[in-house]
Design a protein around this ligand. Sequence first.
Ligand code: PGA
Length: 248
Amino acid sequence: MPQKIVAGNWKMNLCLDEGVDLIRSIEASSLPSDVKVMVFPPALFVDAAKKTSSSKCLVGVQNFNAAEKGAFTGEVSIKQVKSAGASIGLIGHSERRELFNETNAILKDKVDAAIENNFQFIFCCGEPLEVREAGTEIEFVRNQLEESLFHLASDQMRDGIIAYEPIWAIGTGRTASSEQAEDMHREIRAMLSEKYTNDIAESISILYGGSCKSANAKELFACPNVNGGLIGGAALDATSFCAIIDSF
Ligand code: PGA
């Protein structure tokens, strides 16, 4: 069975004291023990986040550079974020793709860097509205996975996590219906099974992201192929984030 996961992507929100308070509140809540909780603060706050959290709350980064080190002003490497306490990173969030021109080729390099550095990742995929309206979302997502992720060997893929985040649902308040989410998640699992093995497909967590909140999490998480959520706006407040975790 895939691990149940609820991950909070803070994006460029919260200042240091607010982030620390948020983690303290999450830590103080009684949460289901079978759900893995993750927070993705700005890289600058990883050290403080790690020092505030116990094993209950895994700390990750929203982005990293695939290069090992060097003249890359403003960037951070995996070694650096690991040394500050991050154990997982997002790869290919749609905001990175759209606002920072991260192509499938760039994301493939990040996937390879993560593997080389023994750094767990959540690979994000998802289609824009025009693709959904054209009815070609499955091909679109397949292409994202094939060009950036599916070159991995089976043993490298085993610890990967995938997040399906339809762009039209991110930050818009327009959530995918549980049927739309389940349909895509089932397709992604079928792609994994076709490319790798049934065993791998059945063990990889596939998270849903896009306006997931406490009011709709229960229905989304009840879908057989939805193993949790990557939460943006609703992860900035401990009460709403913990209510999402509790929805399992
Ligand atoms: P949202 O963001 O929950 O605010 O829609 C999700 C995400 O971008 O990961």
